[in-house]
Write a protein that binds this ligand. Sequence first.
Ligand code: FES
Length: 270
Amino acid sequence: RISNWFNDNLKVGDTIKVLAPEGRFVLRDGADDRPLFLFGAGSGITPVISLMKTALVRTSRRIKLVYANRDKDSIIFKDELDLLLERFPGRAEVFHHLDIDRGFMKVDDVMREIQGYEAADFYTCGPGPFMDTVELGLEQADIAREHRFFERFVSPVDPDRREPAPAQEENSGGGTPKVFRFSFENESHEVPYIPGTTLLESAEKAGLKPPSSCLDGYCGCCMALKKSGNVTMASREALTDDDIERGWILTCQSRPVDDEDVEVDYDAPY
Ligand code: FES
């Protein structure tokens, strides 16, 4: 929709306000001694090539990229990848997985490609089924969770075609908390919780600005790790079941369900 809107509405000389880049799909601090393994598929290469360039320029990490595409003609950044390999000889290898030759990537492919890189940090971005396959492969290869990083992107449903939102889970009748506590950028904050609002709204009404973007449960910018309290989320599109099990919530979608004070950590490592 945004590209249509650009084409239909923007004129030369118009000014648009944009947010700074957000997200957690960045190279982990303190990992420069580990190899770097990247999985990308289709346009999922966009953040992946950026990680690759950063690591090539700023570190001496050994790097491997497995890049899946339908066929040779669908490879985005083919020339740029070739140039990187040329400019940093011996530092990186790229394996092009072409579906037309090998079929969609399978768990066995993942396990085979990562051999020799078991000590790496693994970063993955691509369509959902591709990411699920990589995740399963890494799990079966016993790669520890703290070394696996995924950038899941989902498209919001067209608002004109969206089903009516499911009825929100009622507050269980146990009252509402008095305060919402959160840490962000290494600072701790405590704000009054305003009944009926989301956690994010309560923070904003107190004049604070925790990270957020879509306000619709899709982008994951407002993700935080819940330390205490009980909440219900109106939408949780940006989270996997595993995220939720580990305590991640979307603060733009979360409302407390009882009177226990809620505390979250926006800085927690994913
Ligand atoms: S701001 Fe996008 S999911 Fe909350």
